[in-house]
Design a binder for this molecule. Structure first.
Ligand code: AMP
Ligand code: ZN
Length: 493
């Protein structure tokens, strides 16, 4: 018997606007697709938050015993500036500015993305397909959509006919927009005159002479529209209908709305049973976003080298901070919030470190089974990690009471407490017991300060051989001392 058979999971479905009891298409199996990054620059912490939410969801589904096929793509072509149908490809633009090949841009930022995810202890997805690796599948989809009468060709480009589609289907059902309202609100950008209607979107674009990333097709040498890759890759790896599709809230419209339209137009089926949208990370009360520059790069937060935060934070502290909010809430990244999370995380780890030394008793004074079920209930309620964490803190309190002897547990109950904590803290939330690492930078600074003091004492005693030795040997391991009028400071190379 698998755990999922005894737990009733509810997922908030953006399509219905309700929490629904989760039932996969094939018992015991889940297909999950999450829109991945466009690899034209370093990921910022907002991107990390969205992927982290789905990493936690993936982890919990696996823990429940489901066989999950998790597909998260890499967008390496077709995503134009301003998320529009005109303008330069984001990757080509970066390549032009840096005078390198587009595929060098893709490689550089894919490697960066993976490094960041490893640092934050993400599980790899089951498949990580690329848009450029699926051009043939995208062309086949376009042919189907044209054959079914929902797309038209103009000057070598192919557009999806939103108005025609809306006669028989419901365009806007995910984002709760009505085509009539869209008609009044769509800005017509220059160069979109090929479209019958401004709401139509590109399936294939004929490449301008300067557009380097291009492929042959029945319509022109060109490139696919941004929305198409996700339809092609999710269908290929998860089937025409699958269980969960996720992404950031900002992708709901137009990207996900267009995915639904493409699937329905090509294959006659709504592709996804549960649409999940992760909410935005903010910095200074405004959405973190590459385009406005209101971002923190994970490296900067991890090293402390940034203008927003007072110190460096460990990956698990940042993970813990993110898990302390529901994935569906807006979250503001603040120093106070991170400091509080660091304290909380350390408290939890310290309690867990005490667990090994606790003696079992003949009787239990605590109801551990019901505490355990509360942890599951929290996660079963649309992955409510903040409530789960409240229960984990409750366990930390129990551990201290057990240590003091004011509460007791039998050895069976003690094992349940340990196993459940390990499961939720490490397997589901993906935290690592590096409470000491969280202050690793502080400790290093402290150690260098001790050496700086010893060097000052050596100088005061005119022992210049020793003071130089301290400076030179620190330099050899990459720590530079700088003597200034306010004393000695150091930098790490
Ligand atoms: P992009 O590379 O811009 O396509 O974004 C990759 C993912 O990060 C998408 O799922 C976005 O919705 C998500 N994302 C972008 N900005 C934020 C943010 N400020 N907070 C949370 N997720 C974000
Ligand atoms: Zn997508």
């Amino acid at each position: 018997m698998q755990l999922y058979q005894s737990q009733s999971l509810k997922i908030y479905n953006s399509l219905s606007g309700k929490k629904e009891t989760f039932k996969p298409i094939n018992e015991g199996h889940i297909g999950m697709y999450v829109c991945g990054p466009t690899v034209y620059s370093n990921v910022h912490l907002g991107n990390v938050r969205t992927f982290m939410s789905f990493d936690m969801i993936f982890r919990y589904l696996k823990h429940l015993g489901y066989k999950v096929r998790y597909v998260r793509n890499i967008t390496d072509a077709g995503h134009l500036e301003n998320d529009a149908d005109v303008g330069e490809d984001k990757i080509t633009k970066k390549a032009r500015l840096e005078q390198i090949e587009p595929m060098e841009v893709v490689q550089r930022y894919t490697v960066d993305f993976h490094n960041i995810l490893n640092t934050f202890n993400f599980l790899p997805p089951s498949i990580e397909p690329t848009a450029t690796g699926h051009i043939i599948e995208q062309i086949e989809l376009i042919k189907n959509i044209i054959d079914n009468g929902f797309a038209y060709v103009v000057n070598g480009s192919v557009y999806f006919d939103v108005h025609k589609f809306n006669e028989t289907n419901e365009y806007g059902k995910l984002s709760k927009r009505k085509l009539d309202d869209l008609i009044h609100n769509t800005r017509t950008l220059d160069g979109q005159s090929d479209k019958k209607n401004p709401q139509d979107f590109a399936l294939w674009k004929k490449a301008e002479p300067q557009h380097i990333m291009r492929w042959p097709s029945p319509w022109s040498d060109g490139f696919p529209g941004w929305h198409l890759e996700c339809t092609a890759m999710s269908t290929k790896y998860l089937g025409e209908q699958f269980d969960i599709h996720g992404g950031g809230m900002d992708l709901k419209f137009p990207h996900h709305e267009c995915e639904i339209a493409q699937n329905e137009a090509a294959l006659g089926k709504s592709p996804v049973n549960y649409w999940m949208h992760a909410n935005m990370l903010e910095l200074n009360g405004q959405r973190m976003s590459k385009s406005t520059g209101n971002t923190v790069n994970p490296h900067e937060l991890l090293s402390g080298d940034n203008k927003f935060f007072s110190k460096a934070y460990a990956p698990s502290v940042i993970r813990f901070f993110i898990a302390q909010s529901s994935y569906r809430s807006v979250l503001d990244l603040t120093d106070d919030g991170l400091l509080a999370s660091e304290k909380g995380f350390n408290r939890l780890m310290e309690a867990m470190n005490l667990l090994g030394g606790i003696q079992a008793s003949n009787a239990s004074s605590l109801d551990i089974e019901s505490w355990k079920q509360k942890c599951y209930d929290a996660m079963n309620d649309d992955f409510n990690s903040p409530i789960l964490i409240a229960h984990l803190f409750e366990a930390a309190k129990y551990i201290n009471q057990l240590k003091e002897g004011s509460e007791t547990l039998t050895s069976d109950d003690l094992n349940i407490l340990k196993d459940t904590l390990n499961t939720f803290v490490f397997d589901v939330l993906g935290l690592e017991n590096n409470a000491d690492n969280s202050t690793g930078t502080d400790k290093l600074s402290g150690a260098v300060d001790v050496l700086i003091k010893l060097r000052q004492e050596a100088r005061a005693n005119k022992d210049f051989a020793l003071s130089d030795k301290i400076r030179d040997e620190l330099a050899e391991v990459g720590i530079q001392l700088k003597d200034g009028k306010d004393g000695t400071t150091f930098s790490i190379q």
